[in-house]
Design a binder for this molecule. Structure first.
Ligand code: SF4
Ligand code: SF4
Length: 69
């Protein structure tokens, strides 16, 4: 099982991560961060396969993927 998180303050709302998730777990969030962007959010981290597609795509290293035992 993987715990995938997006650092809302590091996210610049480019949404490059959204279409690359094969499980369609990443969506546009409604919250606004300190820089005025709507950060992307992970909707169901329990479904994450840890494929790292989102991690590789993010230009701002805002996504962290941790394996949970
Ligand atoms: S790719 Fe990174 S910066 Fe762009 S929306 Fe996704 S988490 Fe945010
Ligand atoms: S690691 Fe893969 S399955 Fe998990 S959120 Fe990122 S793209 Fe989606």
């Amino acid at each position: 099982m993987f715990l995938t998180t997006i650092d809302k303050e590091s996210c610049k709302g480019c949404y490059l991560c959204i279409p690359v998730c094969p499980k369609r777990l990443i969506k546009l969030g409604s919250e606004i961060n300190k820089r005025g962007y709507h950060p992307a959010i992970i909707t169901d981290t329990g479904e994450c396969t840890g494929c790292r597609a989102c991690f590789r795509m993010c230009p701002d290293l805002a996504i962290e993927i941790a394996k949970v035992v």
